[in-house]
Design a protein around this ligand. Sequence first.
Ligand code: SF4
Length: 223
Amino acid sequence: MISTIESIYHRLLSHHGHPRWWPAKTPYEVVVGAVLTQNTAWGNVEKAIANFGDAHDLSLSPQSIPLSPEAILSADLPDLAAVIRPAGYFNQKAVYLKTVTEWFAKYDFDAAAVRREPLEKLRGELLATKGVGPETADSILLYAFDFPTFVVDAYTVRFCDRYPIDAGKGYAVVKAYFEANLPRSVEVYNNFHALIVINGAKHCRKKALCEGCPLGVECGRVG
Ligand code: SF4
């Protein structure tokens, strides 16, 4: 029998369509975006990412920092902070980008090498990395490296409270609830988190805009 959570997933998918996340050209760009998106809107992340040079553009000036792990590791912190300024908290995030890139260096910046490792080992390593909390770690593992680990964010918690879905409290508990009630599938986890964000930004905002929300049929808080 299909779970309530799974039926919500299918309703969101048929309403909003396939979200095709994460919008990035390489796994490393996902890693960078996952750090930059902390405490800011995605539009600001796009502006910060656009400030990096193309890693394959040989005509770049010596001052430009290409969006590559080697370039970010060797960049001076103030220069890196200046590039990512649109994402906010840029001094802090410049440090975080370096530490998460040092983690990636352990795998020779090779996404295939990361994918050969066990999920829990990688998750532990990322959580021990400065500036990487559970949401960032799971975003990196799911969207950059295709591991089946569900991402929980503020939109997830808000829609659960309102619907209501008794998913429990705290990141680990809510994550475990979703994983227990969904097929263990990278595609489902990928799409579902993206759809929750899309629906949350459009409808289930701080002040809910329930009109037209595809969950309104069964949501207890509709209106
Ligand atoms: S119907 Fe309203 S409260 Fe319920 S999920 Fe949609 S926007 Fe949120």
